[in-house]
Design a protein around this ligand. Structure first.
Ligand code: PGA
Length: 249
């Protein structure tokens, strides 16, 4: 089964998120096989969206989380607060957080916290444009995976999602070749397996839309996609989910 994650970033408020979630559930009703769908609204919308999704199989993700347990951390949100709202996944290390100063060692700490709390982590990695152009993508991502995952003990309950999102592909309309995606995904899977982490789902993210979704999703190295821009438009999101539902995994 393929996985579709829609990251709604800071695009949608509570009412819009509720409307889009309802639209997704309505759209899923007509589908024969339903892929795994994970919606990631903004923090303020999590509670209301959670109520809507509660009797469905659609999962709820946050877009970030503190690695701290609790305390004087103004503006931060803890894993326990997320669990209270029915959140069961969290995006960690998205490039738009990294642009504000988050580094791999921070992502590592967040990952440890998420796993301890039973929240499935969606860890984002990916190289900047210059690294891609220099042909050094694999080395770069290898290093990221090492720093983030080394010494992390996962448990059987958690699925670890890793989203390979080249920074230059996010929101740009540009995508890497399927061959490049396949190579990086295979490397990530092998590396995690060497670290003893086997329950892994490796996703691609960066300018995925209904037109290119099939090429990514139809590849056996690609367990799913993480969508930004296309995921806030109901028809585009349902079109991508439909593509996923028609692929025999
Ligand atoms: P995009 O965003 O689909 O708009 O490129 C992807 C992401 O930020 O995860």
């Amino acid at each position: 089964m393929k996985t579709i994650i829609a990251n709604w970033k800071m695009y949608l408020g509570v009412r819009e998120s509720v409307a889009l979630s309802r639209g997704v559930l309505r759209g899923l009703r007509g589908m024969k096989t339903i892929p795994e769908v994970i919606l990631a609204p903004s923090y303020p919308a999590l509670g209301e969206v959670s109520k809507i999704l509660s009797r469905s199989r659609v999962r709820l993700s946050a877009q970030n989380m503190s690695h701290q347990d609790h305390g004087a951390y103004t503006g931060d949100v803890s894993s326990r607060m997320l669990k209270e709202l029915g959140v069961n996944a969290v995006i960690l290390g998205h490039s738009e957080r990294r642009a504000k100063g988050m580094v791999d060692s921070d992502v590592h700490l967040k990952l440890v916290r998420a796993v301890a709390e039973g929240i499935d982590p969606i860890v984002c990695v990916g190289e900047p444009s210059a690294t891609h152009e220099a042909g050094e993508t694999e080395g770069y991502v290898h290093e990221q995976i090492n720093t983030i995952f080394e010494g992390v003990e996962t448990n059987k309950r958690s699925t670890i999602y890793v989203a390979y999102e080249p920074l230059w592909a996010i929101g740009s309309g540009k995508t890497p070749s399927i061959h490049d995606v396949e190579t990086v995904h295979a490397m990530i899977r092998e590396q995690l397996s060497e670290l003893g982490i086997d329950k892994v789902s490796v996703l691609y993210g960066g300018s995925v839309d209904p037109e290119n979704a099939y090429e990514f999703l139809n590849n056996s190295e690609v367990d799913g996609v993480l969508i930004g821009g296309a995921g806030v438009r109901i028809q585009k999101l349902l079109d991508i989910i439909t593509v996923a539902s028609e692929i025999k995994a």
